[in-house]
Write a protein that binds this ligand. Structure first.
Ligand SMILES: [Zn+2]
Length: 80
């Protein structure tokens, strides 16, 4: 189990290994939820596009994030 100390500013850092696993990049927002057992649950806030890494207008597509622009590009492949 990983453990982290909270900085004087109240910040904690997420280990790089976990950030890679979760595809969280510097500057990303995360949501923090308090659990009944007294813990926290930290989740990526919004999804990141798996194609361009963008976070604007990203929606879930088969469990992955895809942004509006990449979705349109994918559609456009068939239409010329
Ligand atoms: Zn995209």
């Amino acid at each position: 189990m990983e453990y982290k100390k909270i900085s004087k500013a109240g910040a904690i850092s997420i280990p790089v290994k976990l950030r890679r696993e979760m595809n969280i990049k510097n500057g990303d927002a995360v949501s923090i939820e308090v659990m009944e057992d007294g813990g926290f649950k930290i989740k990526p806030y919004g999804m990141r596009c798996i194609f361009c890494d963008g976070i604007d207008d990203v929606m879930a597509f088969k469990g992955k994030g895809i942004c509006e622009e990449c979705k349109n590009n994918l559609r456009g492949d068939n239409n010329g």
